[in-house]
Design a protein around this ligand. Structure first.
Ligand code: ADP
Ligand code: MG
Length: 331
């Protein structure tokens, strides 16, 4: 496409300066950035997993968020989707829409993006650069052995439900970032890091591949995302509020009910929620621990199709909001 004129740096200078020659070298990239398209080779016996996520300033991150955090998060949310499919990340493309080409901003954005790309061996193989309201779209590509991808539709009644890491931190981090909540400085820093620099659970996805019956990454809130698994699988579930894994920062905040609301409905944690047959659950949990990923049992899949979260006294937690939906008619 003709350049839309991204500011003082022209489009080609910008690509050359910030995005060319910075990726890890991969033998499967035949031709990377610089031609009309990239050329890659998919290893024999593997299926290609494709996923795409867009971050819009003011919608997915507060407009003043640090550029390095935006660069990290734009790739992280895509690697999280690959993790939820049980895929090994390989390549990415990047569509960057910028209000202006600010060198400092671009250098920081690229540093955040490439630090995460290098830690997962991901090569940036192409993209597009245009002028407009700040919007970042990444498409990530990964491999799974043919037929072995984790899907949403395999949960069965009796399966145990697990979640990696802790829930609700990014939601609390957003409230801190918006000035709605104040925490001790160390706690504030922890939850803001969860919001701005999420860790995609790539290693966990690989452990779960071929073993979890279903998996999803928690981007829109546990109840919403687990709900997608249950709908796809034709099941329901009971989640135990007292089992929800909470970080020390969240554990020390507000009332039990307010903590559960965040853990159940706040988005952006990018943990994996998965279901597993009871006889496999303990071994899977141990294998996750061996790659440094804590996983907590939070409930069980049921044949009846409702999803409930029960308090210790057996009554359901009343949810104050559903998971995040862009075109929701809620007012
Ligand atoms: P075309 O005009 O053929 O669409 P472009 O001028 O948009 O090509 O891009 C030139 C090259 O730079 C292509 O290889 C494209 O994939 C790459 N590219 C453009 N923008 C980005 C970006 N933000 N990140 C990575 N690669 C990019
Ligand atoms: Mg183009």
């Amino acid at each position: 496409m003709p350049s839309a004129g991204a500011g003082r740096l022209n489009e080609f200078d910008l690509i050359a300066r910030y995005f060319t020659g910075k990726s890890p070298t991969r033998a499967d990239v035949v031709l990377g950035i610089g031609d009309d398209g990239a050329l890659v080779s998919v290893p024999a016996g593997m299926e290609l997993v494709l996923t795409m996520d867009t971050l819009v300033a003011g919608v997915h991150f507060p407009a003043h968020t640090a550029a390095a955090a935006i660069g990290h998060k734009a790739l992280a949310v895509n690697l999280s989707d690959l993790a939820a499919m049980g895929a090994t990340p390989a390549w990415a493309t990047l569509a960057l829409t910028l209000p202006q080409a600010n060198s400092g901003w671009l250098a920081d954005f690229a540093a955040g993006f490439y630090a995460l790309a290098h830690s997962h061996g991901v090569a940036l193989i192409g993209g597009d650069t245009t002028r407009g309201p700040l919007t970042i779209t990444v498409q990530a590509h990964g491999f799974v052995p043919a037929g072995s991808a984790l899907r949403r539709n395999g949960a069965r009644a009796g399966d145990e439900i697990y979640v990696t890491g802790t829930l609700g931190d990014a939601g609390l981090g957003l409230r801190v970032a918006l000035g709605e909540v104040s925490l001790a400085p160390a706690d504030a820093q922890c939850v803001r890091a969860r919001l701005e620099c999420p860790t995609p659970r790539v290693a966990a996805g690989l452990v779960l591949r071929g073993r979890a019956t279903a998996a999803i990454d928690v981007s829109d809130g546990l109840m919403a995302d687990l709900g997608h698994v249950l709908t796809a699988s034709g099941c329901g579930a009971v989640v135990e509020a007292a089992c929800l894994p909470l970080s020390p920062a969240l554990s020390g905040w507000a009332t039990a009910n307010e903590r559960w609301q965040l853990a159940l409905t706040a988005g952006d944690d990018y943990e994996l929620c998965f279901t597993v047959a009871p006889q496999q659950a303990q071994q899977v949990q141990m294998d996750l621990a061996a790659v440094g990923v804590p996983a907590t049992r939070i409930g069980q899949v049921t044949a009846q199709t409702q999803l409930h979260c029960l308090q210790p006294d057996g009554t359901p937690v009343a949810l104050s909001q559903a998971g995040y939906q862009h075109f929701s008619s809620r007012v």
